[in-house]
Design a protein around this ligand. Structure first.
Ligand SMILES: CC(C)(COP(=O)(O)OP(=O)(O)OC[C@H]1O[C@@H](n2cnc3c(N)ncnc32)[C@H](O)[C@@H]1OP(=O)(O)O)[C@@H](O)C(=O)NCCC(=O)NCCS
Length: 222
C-alpha cells in the first residue's frame, strides 16, 4: 500500500494481448485501463477490486502482522472504499493497477497485488503485495505473483520490475527471493515506519530473465 504518485502521461502500448500461462492458468486481456481481466490459477483468482471488498480487506490487511513492514493500510471500511475508488481512477489514468486476491472457491478478497509505473509508459515499474496471514504459506502468494509478474511483462509492457522490502521483513524478502528476483542493493533508511527509518532491500526482475525462466519452468506453482 505504497503511496502512488499521479502521472499525467498515458502510455501508448499495444495492450491487446492474449497470454497463455502454463499449468492451466490463462489470461485474456483487452485494455487493462478500462478494467482488469480476471486471471485464473488453480488456487486463486485475481480480479479488479470492488467496493464490496472493503470489509474483508480491512479484516485481512489491517492487522499488526500484515502491516508491520508496509505503509499503513486504511483502518476503516470507508478508508478501504476510498482506497479502492482511488485504484480504479489510477488504473483508468494508466498509472497503476491493483488486483484483488480471491482464493479458489470463494468470492472474498484476502489480499492485493499492486503495480505502479515509475516512469511514463510503465517501462520501469514497482510492485507490492499483501495477503491476509491465514493464507501465508498456502501457495497463494507464489501462484498470484507469477500471474501478476507475467501480466506486467506480457500485457502492460514492463521491462524492469522493482520491489522494495524492509530488511527485517523475512517473509517479504523470502517471497521475492523464491520468485527469482535479484537483490540489487540496500536502500539505506529509505522507508519511514512508526517514526523510524528502515533500510529496504531493492529486488528486481527483468523481462528477459522472466521469459527465460518461464521457458524453463513455465508459470507453474512451486
Ligand atoms: C509477503 C507475503 C505476501 C508473502 O506471502 P507468503 O504466503 O507469506 O509467502 P510464502 O510463504 O509463499 O513465501 C515466503 C518465504 O519466506 C520464507 N521466510 C519466512 N520467514 C522468513 C524469515 N524470517 N527469513 C527468511 N525467509 C523467511 C518462508 O519460509 C517462505 O519460503 P519457503 O516457501 O521456501 O519456505 C505475505 O507474507 C504478506 O502479506 N506479508 C505482509 C505484507 C508484506 O510484508 N508485504 C511485502 C512487502 S515487500
Amino acid at each position: 500500500m505504497e503511496k502512488m504518485p499521479f502521472r499525467d502521461e498515458n502510455p501508448t502500448m499495444n495492450v491487446q494481448a492474449v497470454i497463455e500461462a502454463a499449468s492451466g492458468a490463462s489470461v485474456t486481456s483487452t485494455d487493462w485501463r478500462n478494467g482488469l481481466p480476471t486471471l485464473t490459477g488453480s488456487k486463486l483468482t485475481l480480479r479488479d477490486l470492488r467496493l464490496s471488498d472493503a470489509p474483508s480487506l480491512l479484516a485481512m490487511l489491517a492487522t499488526e502482522e500484515v502491516a508491520r513492514f508496509i505503509s499503513p493500510p486504511p483502518t476503516t471500511v470507508e478508508g478501504f472504499e476510498r482506497f479502492i475508488a482511488w485504484t480504479h481512477r489510477e488504473r483508468a489514468a494508466g498509472n497503476y493497477i491493483c488486483f484483488a486476491v480471491v482464493p479458489e472457491g470463494t468470492d472474498t478478497a484476502v489480499g492485493l497485488f499492486q503495480v505502479r509505473q515509475l516512469e511514463p509508459g510503465f517501462g520501469t515499474a514497482e510492485w507490492g503485495f499483501a495477503i491476509g496471514s491465514p493464507y501465508w504459506g498456502s501457495g497463494i502468494f507464489v501462484e498470484g505473483a507469477k500471474l501478476v509478474v507475467n501480466f506486467a511483462f506480457e500485457v502492460i509492457g514492463v521491462h524492469r520490475l522493482e520491489a522494495r522490502a524492509a530488511v527485517q521483513n523475512g517473509r517479504g524478502n523470502g517471497a521475492l527471493r523464491k520468485l527469482g528476483a535479484v537483490q540489487e542493493g540496500v536502500l539505506r533508511k529509505s522507508f519511514l515506519r512508526n517514526g523510524e527509518y528502515l533500510d529496504q532491500v531493492l529486488w528486481t526482475i527483468m523481462d528477459e530473465d522472466w521469459r527465460q525462466a518461464k521457458a524453463v519452468w513455465g508459470v507453474t506453482v512451486h
